[in-house]
Design a binder for this molecule. Structure first.
Ligand code: B12
Ligand code: SF4
Ligand code: SF4
Length: 381
């Protein structure tokens, strides 16, 4: 199997997917099947075989959709309100997001997969603790997803020599939730997350675009019904309408994706979060009933459910690299995590953080400095 690898990504650089094998595209003796690239006939693949391979590769869910363009309405609705914040790539790569053929010319099917990461335990954060979103408590899911997608692709290659595929997780302009819904894995809930019946929304997603026909699954029906619990549960009111997430107000965006200064109006509403936010998911009744995932690679690492705020305030760049390299927490960078901890210290109102906060007033990073000033004002200088 061969993958394309072109030059755009979540951050605007890097590849659209990741290479699965260096072999060149092509094949012979394909017999009956759809017309593929260069007018060649491509034989269909067996969907049951792909799903069995996905189970062997360690995926908890796998579904298949036809690689036909997605409905642009949800993406356009989000872009119309500026809900992408400064993630300009969500807007500039609109066309690729909607049409898989622009990413993998000749794409016929999308294999959507999900990994469940929740341990089933939700210990209340102790006093003085900064909360970490659940998905970030185990190994970096990108590495786990990538390795397993490669294993799945290798099995597809063995079954259909010459097939071409593009494996993606997160960084490529692929709307993974929309594909997972179309492939029957779950539905996009009013909180904007993909929810599965078995594991709730505590799943991360990946896709494999394939240039072969596979028997598609039926799209998953919507199961939120009349519930709207997640909308008022968002502390920063980042879900203005069902299924619409405004990144400009989302704690996840500010604490993970965005460096620099966090607006004071939002800084005061972020509760105990220092990396990501799960509030719109913890209230979801489907998550109360979710089966824990038991995957050792994704389960929380000891000491990663929460991080002590005073510990984070004293975190050096070297400590940060040593402790968080290879984990999802690396995305916020050292200055981002310290900034988040400063704001959490300010929100706590606990004067014991005063000196540690003041130590950051002269930080070279404007975001850290602004957070230190905000927190110091709250704690009394
Ligand atoms: C950008 C991004 C964000 C931005 C969101 C920006 C925005 N306004 O959408 C920010 C930084 C805020 C964010 C936050 C989070 N993210 Co994020 N994010 C992404 C990313 C990279 C792209 C998403 C995207 O294209 N957004 C544009 C919108 C319009 O499209 P969409 O998100 O795909 O989903 C829409 C369509 O599916 C559409 N839709 C489809 N069917 C239907 C049906 C109906 C009825 C309706 C109304 C809408 C609808 O509505 C959806 C919501 O707008 C994806 C990875 C990927 N490549 O897909 C991860 C991804 C969506 N994120 C993920 C996660 C885990 C999170 C967080 C839970 C992390 C956390 N705990 O802090 C939060 C959840 C916030 C929330 N309530 O959604 C997971 C989702 C897992 C899941 N079970 O849903 C993904 C898939 C990453 C992964 N590979 O697993 N994220
Ligand atoms: S992740 Fe947090 S801030 Fe973002 S929409 Fe959900 S509850 Fe709101
Ligand atoms: S809380 Fe209710 S409305 Fe929100 S996603 Fe869950 S089921 Fe849907």
């Amino acid at each position: 199997m061969t993958t394309t690898s072109r030059s755009t990504s979540r951050s605007g650089s890097g590849s659209k997917g990741f290479p699965l094998s260096p072999r060149a595209a092509g094949g012979e003796g394909w017999g009956e099947g759809a017309i593929g690239l260069r007018g060649t006939r491509v034989p269909p693949l067996d969907a049951a075989l792909v799903k069995a391979a996905a189970r062997r590769a360690g995926f908890h869910h796998c579904g298949i959709a036809r690689a036909e363009p997605l409905d642009p309405a949800p993406l356009d609705r989000m872009l119309a309100i500026g809900g992408e914040a400064d993630m300009a790539w969500l807007r500039t790569q609109r066309a690729e997001r909607l049409d898989p053929d622009l990413l993998l010319p000749g794409a016929r099917s999308v294999v959507a997969v999900a990994l469940a990461y929740h341990s089933g335990e939700s210990p209340a954060a102790p006093d003085g603790a900064g909360e970490i979103a659940r998905y970030a408590r185990g190994r970096d899911y990108h590495a786990v997803m990538k390795r397993r997608l490669r294993a799945l692709a290798a099995e597809i290659e063995a079954a259909g020599p010459g097939a071409r595929a593009l494996a993606t997780c997160d960084v490529a302009p692929v709307m993974e939730k929309a594909w997972a819904e179309r492939a029957g894995i779950g539905w996009v809930g009013k909180n904007g997350c993909l929810i599965t019946v078995e594991h709730g929304s505590w799943v991360v997603l990946g896709t494999l675009l394939v240039d072969r026909d596979l028997e598609p699954d039926a799209p998953h029906p919507e199961r939120c019904g009349s519930c709207e619990a997640c909308l008022p549960a968002c502390p920063t009111r980042a879900i203005p309408a069902p299924g619409l997430v405004d990144a400009r107000r989302c704690i996840s965006f500010w604490t993970i994706e965005r460096r620099g200064e966090i607006p004071a109006e939002l800084a005061g509403r972020m509760g105990g979060w220092v990396f990501g936010c799960d509030d719109c998911q913890t209230v979801c009744p489907w998550n109360a009933a979710a089966r824990p995932g038991s995957d050792p690679e994704l389960l929380p690492r000891p000491g990663r459910e929460v991080l002590a705020i005073d510990d984070l305030l004293a975190l050096t760049e070297d400590d940060y690299r040593r402790r968080f390299w290879g984990t999802s927490l690396a995305r916020s960078r050292h200055d981002g995590l310290v900034r988040n901890a400063l704001l959490a210290a300010g929100r706590s109102g606990d004067a014991r953080y005063r000196d540690a906060v003041r130590a950051h007033l002269a930080s070279p990073f404007p975001g850290v400095r602004a957070a230190a000033e905000w927190a110091a004002a709250r704690l009394g200088r």
